[in-house]
Write a protein that binds this ligand. Sequence first.
Ligand code: EPS
Length: 404
Amino acid sequence: MGPPGRLGLVLRFLTAGESHGQALVVIVEGLPAGLPLSEEDVQGELARRRLGYGRGPRMRFEKDEVTLLGGIRHGRTLGSPVAILIANTEWPKWSEEMSPAPGAPSRVLTQPRPGHADLAGMQKYGFDDARDVLERASARETAARVAAGTCAKALLARLGVDVLSHVVALGAVEARSGARPEPQDLARVDASQLRCFDPEVEEAMVDEVKAAAKVGDSLGGEAEILAYGVPVGLGSHVHWDRKLDGLLAQALMSIQAVKSVGLGDGADLAGRRGSEAHDAIAWDADTGTYRRETTRAGGIEGGMSTGDLLVARVAMKPLATLNRPVLKTVDVVSKEETVSFKERTDVTAVPAMGVVAETMVALTLAREALRKFGGDSLTEVVRNRDSYVATLREPVTEVGARDG
Ligand code: EPS
């Protein structure tokens, strides 16, 4: 993960596996030693990714069976790469169609589905079977990302950073109050059928899903990702590829079906006057720190975290697979016009996308935190962080008396 070359090496992860293959695998490299991490932690995050009214039946029978393969001993990381396996419980049904052994599939998919990777992938890689593309392009891959994100969240928790998300728009229904959950509200958000913080809006969203399901249609929406406790100074203004906003945008845009990412008030800022578009700086004499009074910039200025609440808003398009034959396509063999159709799919996956977006934000923040506070053990990382934070604190009683 991250830009290639030197910058990507601090904390990186690599996933492998196909949607209906035997398993997904992820290797996370760069975690310090001594970080508490358990199979239950990973299971817990994976279960959160399966949440949400409007998911297809596969979410009920596809259990994510986790095995920690390497890098962890007696509940703590060793500083070596962490390898996690997520078995696909659907594998027995697919073992022949997806077999790695030489042979041929029983059925070749020659009708690429619009809105998916199918056609461009077939052309680019020279495949005549859309399955050779769609199995890897599938959002099933995000289960492996979430497993990696569990490691990042565990590290961030030790640094006092909490990342959470909530659904703020689904189809035509939007939460307009601006109310934001805090870390202690996460269980309540996860208990909501659509991971929505406002119960009234949640009800309208459920109706929206029911209405779309009835006519075999799908829905997109938006999730807001919040990171509490981010220290000032992650990312940097000195190079384009070190800017935290740029790194977050890339990480979030890489999520399947995501079409836009905004930080703070995002695209809304473009239509405002400058006097209404920025966050005033205030001095907090009680804590001896600066703070912003609003979150318009989303906690990032000049590519660096400001130490205030980090806010990202991520928009997902409606899933391109529909339970209704309306999207036109062409058979790549006969060149005849046909329609894309599937009998089993999700109506919406926006609640799950929010959890995946948390993951991508957590991995980005953990990587940038390690770049700034890096050490071989968790103790060393925390010590580096503490000494940095101590240098930021100014004497609270002698305002104006500090000399360089
Ligand atoms: C997906 C289509 C559905 C989802 C799947 C992603 O699978 P299927 O076509 O087998 O019913 O259930 O998501 C997952 C399996 C998951 O774990 O998120 C797609 O086309 O991306």
